[in-house]
Design a protein around this ligand. Structure first.
Ligand SMILES: NC(=O)c1ccc[n+]([C@@H]2O[C@H](COP(=O)([O-])OP(=O)(O)OC[C@H]3O[C@@H](n4cnc5c(N)ncnc54)[C@H](OP(=O)(O)O)[C@@H]3O)[C@@H](O)[C@H]2O)c1
Length: 274
């Protein structure tokens, strides 16, 4: 795998799941890392794990506690971070939530807005705050969307909406950053074995559970490797996981007909299952 010695990598959501696996992997590849999330204790644990994976003793692993949905706090703290640690060569927007996976009628305005504020505005806030400093380095912007953005999913009106918004954001940003020599990468993983999935256990309707299983189930260390390879190759759009990539192929060639036909069948079967 490519070395990332002397590269500064900022990872939002770096204290857990995919972000944490990325931190460990980038650490083993020689990068300096800034882990960004809200909970300081989880950040400290993540830092220790990334420290253990270091390739060279001189690498720096730092943490920053910030709520990405709070734009004032993000601007202040990101400016400070750039002054203290240097601008990122790679910014990975992995912070996100998947709360309120439920029938749409059970999702209040407040719940919907919370998901949009963190998953969409959070990516917007961090990327906007860091862009001026990243321009000089021709930095790489990475965005974690989801397979839910490609197909939609039963019970995911809030989450899939937020992740689909990121697809439009990434596609538009790519046009603006390409002339500046700044790569953008957007990823759409299916279900990954991380703490995020615990948030939906109680509320995700069985139809959603059945649909979700169609995409496969990946380990976070595998997804982290796929992401690092995509960054090294400067790929724009990546779907980790063969099942989801295949489903998306049929989705596109049939203008959605095939994937909806199969998903409708899976939903109907789940509805009548005890
Ligand atoms: N797991 C999956 O099945 C899956 C599938 C497709 C895409 N994804 C996407 O991949 C990304 C990472 O997911 P994951 O599974 O690794 O989730 P995770 O294990 O739950 O980690 C989420 C991370 O985001 C941070 N975070 C959440 N809200 C934040 C906020 N307001 N401000 C700052 N940090 C915040 C969390 O730390 P704090 O709570 O301490 O802030 C944590 O570090 C997400 O964008 C997710 O949508 C996940």
């Amino acid at each position: 795998m490519k070395a990332f010695d002397n590269q500064m990598v900022y990872i939002t959501g770096g204290s857990s799941g995919i972000g944490l696996e990325l931190a460990k992997l980038f650490s083993s590849l020689g990068a300096d890392i800034l882990l960004v999330a809200r909970n300081s204790e989880k950040l400290e644990t993540g830092k220790q794990l990334a420290e253990k994976a270091k390739k060279n003793s001189g690498q720096k692993i730092m943490t920053l506690s910030v709520d990405v949905s709070d734009h004032r706090d993000v601007y202040g703290k990101m400016q400070q971070a750039v002054m203290e640690f240097g601008a990122p060569d790679i910014l990975i927007n992995s912070a996100g939530i998947n709360k309120y996976a439920d029938h749409f009628e059970n999702i209040s305005n407040e719940m919907f807005n919370e998901v949009m504020n963190i998953n969409v505005n959070g990516v917007r806030n961090v990327t906007h705050a860091l862009l001026p400093a990243m321009k000089e380095k021709k930095g790489h912007v990475v965005i974690l969307s989801s397979a839910a953005a490609l197909f939609g999913m039963f019970g995911y009106t809030a989450y899939a909406t937020s992740k689909a918004a990121l697809m439009g954001f990434a596609e538009s940003l790519r046009y603006e950053l390409k002339p500046l020599g700044m790569p953008v990468t957007v990823l759409c993983p299916p279900e990954v074995d991380t703490p995020m999935n615990l948030d939906e256990v109680e509320t995700l309707p069985k139809e959603g559970r059945a649909m979700k299983s169609m995409g496969g189930f990946l380990m976070p260390d595998h997804v982290a490797k796929v992401i690092v390879k995509a960054i090294a190759k400067k790929q724009y759009f990546v779907i980790p996981g063969r099942s989801t990539a295949l489903l998306y192929f049929f989705h596109r060639i049939s203008n959605g007909f095939l994937s909806r036909f199969v998903s409708d069948f899976v939903v109907k079967r789940a509805t009548f299952e005890k």
